[in-house]
Structure formats: C-alpha cells, structure tokens
Design a protein around this ligand. Structure first.
Ligand SMILES: Cc1cc2nc3c(=O)[nH]c(=O)nc-3n(C[C@H](O)[C@H](O)[C@H](O)COP(=O)(O)OP(=O)(O)OC[C@H]3O[C@@H](n4cnc5c(N)ncnc54)[C@H](O)[C@@H]3O)c2cc1C
Length: 475
C-alpha cells in the first residue's frame, strides 16, 4: 500500500536533508473578499532568525508576506508557493510622547494602536475603513483614509522602517537612507521584502470623539459640488452612494464629514474623560449567507434604509463609530456568500472624474449590478510611493458580489473607462485587472522593477497578484 503524503511533506523532506527548521503547511487561503481562494505553503515564523531562514532557505521559489489578510484579492496570496505570516511580530518597541513617534513591529494592528493611544491623546494619522490591518500591510498598500485630501496617505507619516531583503540583509530605509527602496516599499505590496518594524508619527487629538455632519445629496453633481465646497472645512469626508439610484437621482448619496472634536465641543457629560475610548457591542454574522441573499431587491431595501437613517444632522460620536462602521459586525464578509466579493476601487483625476463616474454608475445600474457598499471620497496629491494608488481627484469603491466570468467581463469594460479617464485601480482591492491595464495605469512600473531587481534579482518576493499583473516574470 502506498503511503499517503502528509501535508507538510515538502518542508519536512528539506528539513531532513538540510537541517532546515521551518515548516510550511499547505492551506487554502483567501483575502477578505474570499475571491480567489488559493492553495499556498504557509509559514509562521516565531522570531527574526526563523524569518531569515525562511527567506534564504525555504524550498518554494518565491514568498510573500501576509499581515492581517484584509486586502481583498490576491495581493497576500501566492498560489502553490510561500506565504509568510507576520503575526508573531506584534510588539510595540517604543513611544515618544513629545513627538508622537511610535516604534512598532510590522504586525501590530491599527486596532491595538488606537486602543492604546487614543486614551493618551494620539490617533493613527491615516486610517482605512477597518482597523484590523497591520502596520506592515498599511505601509505595503500605502493606505489612505477619509482624510487623504487633507493629510495624504500612510507614507507621509512613516519616518523609517527596517526591511528584510532577499539576500537576508536588513535594510534601514527612510527619506535619507536607501531612499529608492523606501519609496518602492511604500505601496510596493510586499514585493521588495518583509517589513520588520517601522517608526510612525501619530497624530495628536484632544478627545476620542468626532464632530460629524451628515448631509444628503440628491445626485452625483450635488455630491461632487459639496465635496469641493467643504473639503477645507473637514479633515475627513466620505459619501455613501446609493448605487441603484437611476436617472436624475444617479449618484444619490449621504455625505459623512467630520473633524476630531475638541474638549470644549463635547457635551458636558463627556468632558471629564474626553479620551475614553469605547468600542461598543459587536454582533457576528454567524454563518456564510447563501449566494442569493444579496440581490438587487435586498440591496435596494438596504440603500433605502441607509438613506432613511441618515438625515441631515450634526452629532458628536466616538471615533470607533465614525471610522469603523463595518468592523462592528464581525465576519461581515460572510454576507457575500461562498463565492465572495470583488472590491473595485478606482482613482480618477479631477478633470475626468464626473464623466467617468457617470459612465460607470450607469453601466452598473444598467447591468442591475448594485453595490452593497459604494463609497466616494476626494484625494489630494499623489505620494512618492512608486506603486502607490491615490492621485489627485476622486476615488470610488464598490463591493460587487462575485458571480463569475460575467462580472470579470463587465469589470474589464469599466477598466477601459478608468484607463481612458487617466485613472487607476487600487492594488489592495484588485483581483481581476490585466497586466496591460495595470501597466497603463501605473507609469512608475519600470522604475519599480529596476529597484526591485537591484535588491531582489531572483524575484524571491512575488505574489499571485504580482504574477497576474506582470510585475514579476511568470514562473
Ligand atoms: C473593510 C475594509 C475597508 C478597507 N478600507 C480601506 C480604505 O479606506 N483605504 C485603504 O487604503 N485600504 C482599505 N482597505 C484595504 C486595507 O487597508 C489594505 O488591504 C491593507 O493593506 C490590509 O492590511 P493587512 O495587514 O491586512 O495586509 P494583508 O492583506 O495581509 O497584505 C496586504 C499587502 O501588504 C503586504 N504586507 C503585509 N504585511 C507585510 C510585511 N510585514 N512586509 C511587507 N509586506 C507586507 C502583503 O504582501 C500584501 O501585498 C480596506 C479593507 C477592508 C477589509
């Protein structure tokens, strides 16, 4: 009888031959969108020495770092090859209260930082719509928040970091040292190496509360106009769009804008403990919904409901409630069913934003393809990160339940509209873009490849996304 091959076989055999101590387990993993699901060799190093050994000796041809797995598509996947979990590198290493500079390892999460530092009067300077991301993931995607128009993206607040490179050497990178690698790594999707730790400048806040103003906009034109008129007044601004609204109501939305509240703006009852951080009750989606649960009818109901509970209003709310609405429902991605969801986020330059947004929203409503979540924001100037996503103009993010090739074909048509408008697609959300479209949208690609080749000539760091997009050679 032939013996069945155990799951760890490959790494164990190498272990026997080379006294190699790290083992991978073969696992089917996915990003937050649950599409695609891929079989990868997953490593879980406990210490820096393990990590170095994996980089220099793991038998897989290439490796990619993984933080908290909140990118939607295949950025932190590596089909049939190595994925290195960073979760053991989760220590805070130092904090200077005078400058607000935090030194931490790469797997420390925004959730941990906020919980620890908001009560001390500091907030994370750039925060996405979820706090369950790692500092490493935030740097690698050069994440942006609702304040990009005012503060820029993550890279603005990174003082320096240490990067484990393909040779096993640890590079210290900053604006002054290894500058090229610094800007290739910020937004570089883990393709330059593994981030070990970083120094991040936190932002001072007087309270744990936000002064929030909600305003309904009857259509896209009014929403865009109100963004332009009020961007200077608010540090944070986002519009939640009803993607199923048609005709004169196309782009109907609720603008949700905010500033960090000062102590004198708080209701008297909150002034005694202005920095008290509260998370509140967190229900769970108990199981993966059947695929049919999210349909145009249920989405229409949801959008009506959302609009109804967001009248024009002003209020003071805890920062957790303003920034992380989705985080309050654990496993909320289960509502998309087993087939998962594609998050499609685009950036468009100011001059072509309106026309392209109308074309895209019309295309989606024609196809009866509503998005449960559709979010519009303004972007300020681009960062120096070579593969960084934001560019001056507008950004639209859509959650589109995965339905198969028909969705991919429709997205390709939308890709063409975005490319024609001079825009681009966000790599942290992407699961479908072609290499041709990517090369058109990211003009610094060749420069990025040159810098990568200088520190990683054998392409030790690669992901499924990097191969699909042609950032690295196919295997
Ligand atoms: C609900 C939700 C809302 C979101 N909202 C926003 C938003 O508003 N703005 C925004 O910008 N993004 C947003 N995102 C995307 C998210 O911020 C990014 O995908 C972020 O990179 C996730 O971090 P992570 O730790 O989960 O990284 P992962 O998903 O694990 O990895 C993402 C990328 O980072 C790389 N990486 C991770 N750790 C390291 C490391 N130690 N060294 C080198 N590379 C590393 C990976 O290789 C991969 O390329 C959202 C995601 C979700 C689920």
């Amino acid at each position: 009888m032939s013996k069945s091959v155990p799951k760890f076989s490959r790494a164990i055999l190498v272990d026997a031959a080379n006294q190699y101590s790290q083992r991978a387990s073969t696992q089917s993993i996915a990003g937050w969108g649950k599409y695609p699901v891929e079989s990868c060799e997953v490593y879980r190093p406990e210490a820096l020495a393990d990590l170095q050994e994996i980089v220099s000796r793991a038998p897989e041809r290439d490796l990619i770092a993984r933080g908290l797995g909140r990118s939607y598509g295949d950025a932190a996947l590596n089909r049939d090859s190595g994925v290195v979990l960073s979760q053991q590198f989760d220590r805070m290493l130092g904090f200077d209260p005078d400058t607000g500079v935090l030194h931490c390892q790469s797997a420390v999460s925004l959730a941990e930082i906020i919980e620890l530092f908001v009560p001390r009067g500091f907030f994370f300077p750039v925060t996405p719509g979820t706090k369950f991301i790692s500092v490493g993931g935030a740097i690698a995607s050069d994440v942006h928040g609702k304040n990009h128009h005012a503060n820029g993206s993550m890279g603005e607040f990174i003082i320096d970091f240490r990067l484990l490179t393909a040779s096993g050497a640890i590079l210290e990178c900053s604006r002054e040292q290894n500058t090229d690698v610094f800007w290739a790594t910020i937004g570089g999707m883990g393709l330059t190496g593994i981030l070990l730790d970083a120094r991040v400048r936190l932002q001072r806040v007087e309270t744990a509360y936000m002064n929030v103003q909600n305003e309904r906009a009857a259509n896209l034109d009014i929403a865009l106009e109100r963004f332009f008129e009020t961007d200077d007044e608010f540090a944070y601004a986002v519009a939640w769009i009803d993607c199923l609204a048609k005709g004169r109501s196309l782009g109907r939305s609720v603008l949700m804008r905010a500033n960090h509240a000062r102590v004198d703006e708080l209701p008297p009852a909150l002034r005694a403990t202005p920095c008290k951080f509260e998370e509140g009750f967190k229900p769970t989606v108990p199981f993966t919904f059947p695929n049919f649960a999210l349909n145009p009818f249920s989405m229409k109901l949801f959008n009506r409901f959302f609009n109804a509970i967001h009248p024009n209003s002003e209020s003071v709310v805890g920062c957790d409630n303003y920034f992380y609405v989705l985080d309050r429902v654990q496993h909320w991605n289960r509502i998309y069913g087993r087939r998962g969801v594609v998050q499609y986020q685009i950036a468009l330059p100011p001059e072509s934003s309106r026309a392209a947004l109308i074309q895209i929203l019309e295309k989606l409503t024609e196809a009866n393809r509503g998005s449960f979540l559709a979010v519009l924001k303004t972007f300020g100037p681009a960062s120096q990160g070579l593969l960084s996503f934001p560019m001056k103009g507008f950004t639209l993010a859509l959650d589109l339940p995965f339905t198969g090739q028909d969705l991919i074909a429709e997205l390709q048509e939308i890709d063409a509209i975005v490319a024609e408008a001079g825009g681009r697609i966000y790599l942290a959300k992407d699961a479908c873009m072609s290499s041709e479209v990517f090369a058109q949208m990211y003009p610094n690609l060749n420069r990025f490849r040159e810098i990568k080749a200088s520190i990683d000539p054998e392409q030790r760091f690669a992901s499924s996304q990097a191969r699909r997009l042609g950032i690295v050679e196919p295997r």
